[in-house]
Design a protein around this ligand. Structure first.
Ligand code: C2E
Ligand code: MG
Ligand code: MG
Ligand code: MG
Length: 286
């Protein structure tokens, strides 16, 4: 809305309020400027292999470095971006920045895949796989250094278009990750025939494995499902050593979470090397 001095005030809402269209309009206008003024930034969160605790990949997580409000989390502006279609230029910006930053860490000797989150809207744009191919060529990056994370819910959308995009991206050699697995409404049949390199178990289940038998049963089933489909499996939201240890024993491949490292600008990515290692002599505790 018009502020006292006639300038556009910033209104950033989260939660239920973010669902109200007139507030989205304000966020949309500001977001357009944010893209033009280069106010978006990427933080990276490491994913480690549980066998040795080394970084395998880093996930790009967008933030809005707002001149007055400070760092705005993606949950406060992505719904408006998706609603308005601004998610299309936003994702292109994220891909460009992520591939450029990756050249930086590759030059520093790090062999980290970069994981980028994409929304259902991106996959519905027919030119998206072509855009990704073009950006990889522009950065002289081999496709297997890029992974695209698609939420389980996005996969359940317009299945024909989305599945075609997934197939094309996978044919390029880009890894496809199913994000927040278990949190959405996808029927398992969506996974059949889909080239999935990674399944990420939703934090909602991971956080409770230390004390909740049902969460444990669900996480074990997802691990078995992923392996049966030929995918790697990553646990997101690992916050305690107890959870990390349980995941190793359950056969999870990779882990991500505050225990291992919080999202930070890339030169600061430094996972915690004091991660617990499993003493197999004591046998598995299940
Ligand atoms: P996500 O892809 O599932 O990312 C994980 C979210 O959980 C991130 O929140 C991360 O900071 C947070 N997280 C990681 N480890 C832990 C932990 O141990 N405990 C807790 N409590 N949280 C943890 P963030 O950065 O706020 O991102 C939220 C969501 O926004 C992401 O969920 C993703 O769906 C979306 N997102 C972020 N960046 C982008 C982007 O560039 N494009 C698109 N389309 N979506 C994005
Ligand atoms: Mg993700
Ligand atoms: Mg996730
Ligand atoms: Mg999540």
């Amino acid at each position: 809305y018009q502020g006292k001095r006639g300038t556009m005030d910033i209104v950033v809402y989260s939660g239920e309020q973010a669902a109200q269209p007139h507030q989205w309009l304000v966020v949309q206008a500001e977001l357009r400027h944010a893209l033009e003024r280069d106010e978006l930034i990427l933080h990276y969160q490491p994913k480690v292999g549980v066998s040795d605790g080394t970084v395998r990949a880093v996930e790009a997580l967008v933030r809005w470095q707002h001149p007055e409000r400070g760092l705005v989390p993606p949950g406060d502006f992505l719904p408006a971006a998706e609603h308005s279609g601004l998610i299309v230029p936003l994702t292109e910006w994220v891909l460009r920045r992520a591939l450029t930053d990756q050249l930086g860490w590759t030059a520093a000797g790090k062999r980290w895949v970069v994981s980028v989150n994409v929304s259902a809207r991106n996959l519905e744009v027919p030119g998206f796989p072509g855009l990704v191919a073009g950006l990889l060529a522009e950065h002289r990056t081999a496709p297997h250094w890029l992974m695209l994370e698609v939420t389980e819910t996005a996969l359940a959308g317009d299945t024909d278009t989305v599945q075609r995009a997934i197939a094309e991206l996978s044919a390029l050699g880009v890894g496809i990750s199913v994000d927040d697995f278990g949190a959405g409404y996808t029927s398992l049949s969506h996974l059949r025939g889909m080239p999935v390199a990674e399944i990420k178990i939703d934090r909602a289940f991971v956080k409770d494995v230390a004390h909740d038998p049902q969460s444990r049963a669900i996480v074990r089933s997802v691990i078995e499902l992923a392996h049966g489909l030929g995918s790697r499996v990553t646990a997101e939201g690992v916050e305690t050593a107890e959870v990390y240890r349980w995941l190793i024993e359950a056969g999870c491949d990779e882990a991500q979470g505050y225990l291992i490292g919080r999202p930070v600008p890339w030169p600061q990515v430094e996972p915690d090397f004091s991660l617990p290692v499993i003493d197999y002599s004591e046998g598995f505790v299940r």
